[in-house]
Design a protein around this ligand. Sequence first.
Ligand SMILES: C[S@@+](CC[C@H](N)C(=O)[O-])C[C@H]1O[C@@H](n2cnc3c(N)ncnc32)[C@H](O)[C@@H]1O
Length: 209
Amino acid sequence: MSKKMYDAKEHWEDVWTRKKSNEVSWYQEYPKTSIELILSINSDKDASIIDVGGGDSNLVDKLLDLDFKNITVLDISAKALKRSKERLGKNAMAISWINCDIREFDSEKRYYVWHDRALLHFLTDEQDMQKYVEMIRKHVNDEGYVIISSFSTRGPMMCSGLDTRQHSEESLKKLFFNGFEHVKSFEEEHVTPHGIGQIFTWNVFRKTK
Ligand SMILES: C[S@@+](CC[C@H](N)C(=O)[O-])C[C@H]1O[C@@H](n2cnc3c(N)ncnc32)[C@H](O)[C@@H]1O
């Protein structure tokens, strides 16, 4: 889709209005890798965790089940957040919800874990990517962690009608070279609800002091 025609907010509200949760290609009943990586960081249950571009992912439910107490979910789509809140019922009150475009996010709060599954690859513009990394640097605690999962160089070039940017361990190391140390990277196949395999690159960085 051309840049001129593309209004991100309008686009994502439309997606989340038309599609059921388990119809979107990125659907996961249990976000196994995200949970394993967050647990591997060994953070205490009060650690602040933000899921950016969280959509209506079940990650927040599973983090609550694990007794994490300081969780924020951010998404450009109010509709996606509403769905998550409805699914969680009264437990939704325990979560901080932020409805904004990540490119405009600014907060006094600092996070120990920054989790992004399948948002970064929609920031195809070089400047947007650079600004995103600067913004992460500002909002993550020293020695806090960044978990980024994006389409890999062997993954799709489009999603949800939008062009995507493909990433690799090397491209992400370059993007996060200033102020972060690389912890680990690996590729993993996600199988969509329609049975299509998509290769993601998972990456963990730690913010240096
Ligand atoms: C592919 S979905 C992934 C959802 C979720 N992370 C998951 O793994 O199930 C991408 C999400 O990012 C949100 N999104 C896209 N562009 C965004 C932006 N610029 N700022 C904030 N959220 C955005 C969309 O509304 C959507 O919920």
